[in-house]
Design a protein around this ligand. Structure first.
Ligand code: COA
Length: 272
């Protein structure tokens, strides 16, 4: 169940959107053990919350997330084997396992710095819209470590091997426009339009059948990891599951509107 408040995260629900804000602006929203445990709880609650149709992940102040907190996540946990394992499990659970397969559409609204470990939740979200002047960096190599956690895997999911190697091996930072160019984010927009663009995309998603949107996301994300022959069979089964689960009978409704009523022209849709 969602609590009324958390220490390192803020949650606001409005008009179908759950705005989940990493909330340590003084520390550029670097991730603490507490934040990870809170995020596990928050995402679990919002996933089945009837008020939440789309989840937006953002950061307080001028940063999205400066990666793991170097002191609280790394140095303070050194030598504490069990506590480290517990924190790492929570950290990986919400940032990849939960987000990547989330039952609601997810949008990363990147309002500023995005460094290191933050790439994991960035890539796990279904969509990403960034401020043009946001700063991204796989900075690990700059101070003698490697993009571990899950970052090295996540970046090879989203980027070409060329771009992943370039930014991970040089540690060079880049802005939102470059993030769009290398397809790390869908769009980079002027900072003053970031929220509006995010709401436009969320509103568009909310107008579609939630069952169809979920099945589509699950299908695309799943077939990446399975061979073509098995994908064919999986997709037929998935489509049958969608017809079975879809409370709004979207498929027959869509066919009726297109074939009989002539009120639907699905090929003509506006840009979000
Ligand atoms: N862990 C812990 N603290 C962090 C942090 C992190 N990942 N990122 C920023 N902070 C803290 C700083 O130590 C500073 O704390 P202080 O005010 O107590 O000294 C505060 O946040 C503000 O940081 P500062 O560097 O002064 O802000 P900035 O706006 O000039 O720069 C960054 C912001 C994000 C570019 C810079 O802080 C940075 O490079 N952070 C490290 C990012 C990184 O490499 N993350 C990968 C971790 S694996």
């Amino acid at each position: 169940m969602l609590k009324t408040s958390y220490e390192d995260v803020k949650v606001d629900r409005q008009d179908g959107i759950a705005w989940v804000t990493l909330n340590r602006p003084d520390k550029r929203n670097a991730m603490t053990p507490k934040m990870h445990f809170e995020m596990v709880e928050i995402l679990a609650a919002l996933e089945y919350d009837s008020e939440t149709k789309v989840m937006v992940l953002t950061g307080a102040g001028d940063s999205w997330c400066a990666g793991q907190d170097i002191k609280l996540f790394f140095r303070d946990l050194d030598g504490k084997i069990e506590e480290t394992a517990r924190v790492q499990e929570a950290s990986h659970h919400w940032r990849w396992n939960k987000l990547f397969t989330y039952r609601k559409p997810t949008i990363a609204m990147v309002n500023g710095h995005c460094f290191g470990g933050a790439f994991t939740q960035l890539i796990a979200c279904d969509f990403a819209i960034a401020a043009e002047d946001a700063t991204f960096g796989l900075s690990e190599v700059n101070w003698g470590i490697m993009p571990a956690g899950f970052v090295a895997k996540a970046i090879t999911e989203a980027l070409s091997l060329r771009d992943a190697l370039w930014y991970a091996m040089t540690g060079e930072s880049f802005d939102g426009r470059t993030a769009e160019k290398i397809r790390l984010v869908n769009r980079a927009v002027p900072r003053e339009r970031l929220r509006e663009e995010t709401i436009t995309l969320a509103t568009r998603l909310m107008k579609l059948s939630p069952d169809a949107v979920l099945a589509t996301k699950q299908a695309l994300k799943t077939v990446r990891g399975i061979p073509a022959e098995a994908s064919g069979d999986y997709l037929l089964a998935k489509a049958a599951e969608l017809r079975f689960n879809d409370k709004d009978a979207g498929r027959s409704k869509g066919m009726r509107e297109f074939l009989d009523d002539k009120t639907l022209r699905p090929g003509i849709s506006t840009k979000a």
